[in-house]
Design a protein around this ligand. Structure first.
Ligand SMILES: [Zn+2]
Length: 220
């Protein structure tokens, strides 16, 4: 194992604990991965582990083209198909986060896309395009991967009906920051729906946010 892989495993374990502490997932649900830069490989969470318990050596190295396990004794995450497909679709993506946060899951059941409304989105401006909802498919299936990848053609975050949220970023840390902001926006959207009609940010503000995301070098 070279230093690049060693460093990436440590970062993944750290992000896993952060996402766990932020209560974006529970039990052994959810999965994270990172692309090994300059290769056709990614490092992904093993099946059955809680985010809070992940250690660097637990992660599995998988070939992005063939999904074959290249390193590791554990079974790779059940959702490996969509992680590898997203890396193929987004050559600049370096990390994928998939979690089941409470408010994103509620809106996913309603098949309600998340509309950017609060100015907190300035912290994750790449989400200014909104967070759409993919078509339903059972977890771990190629059908789910097909539906998700189709919806994420031009979005860096997506709700999956009756299930949860997936985000990508240039790095695993960026993908995790997008997931945290997506759950904040989902909670805000939910609360607005309790008292009235959601009203999106003005178009020119959204355009400014998208420009800001590009200037910051974020995945968009
Ligand atoms: Zn899931």
């Amino acid at each position: 194992m070279d230093n690049v892989e060693k460093d990436l495993r440590e970062r993944l374990a750290k992000v896993g604990r952060l996402v766990w502490d932020q209560k974006l997932t529970h039990g052994s649900s959810g999965n994270i991965s990172a692309r090994i830069p300059g290769t056709n490989k990614c490092i992904i969470k093993p099946s059955g582990y809680s985010f809070g318990d992940l250690e660097p050596h637990h992660f599995i190295v998988v070939d992005i083209e063939t999904r074959k396990v290249l390193e590791g004794k554990e079974k790779p995450s059940i959702e490996t198909p969509f992680h590898t497909r997203l890396y193929k679709q987004w050559p600049e993506a370096g990390g994928v986060v998939h979690v089941h946060p409470q408010y994103c899951t509620i809106l996913s059941i309603l098949e309600q896309e998340i509309i950017p409304m609060g100015i907190e989105i300035f912290e994750a401006p790449a989400l200014a395009r909104g967070i759409p909802v993919s078509k339903f498919a059972p977890p771990g299936t190629d059908e789910l991967a097909d539906n998700l990848v189709e919806t994420m053609k031009d979005h860096i975050a997506c709700l999956m009906p009756h299930h949860g949220l997936t985000t990508i970023g240039k790095t695993i840390e960026e993908a995790a920051a997008n997931a945290k902001m997506a759950e904040f926006l989902a909670k805000l959207h939910y609360e607005v729906m309790l008292v009235g009609e959601p009203r999106p940010l003005r178009e020119d503000v959204k355009k400014t946010l998208i420009e800001r995301a590009k200037q910051k070098g974020l995945l968009i």
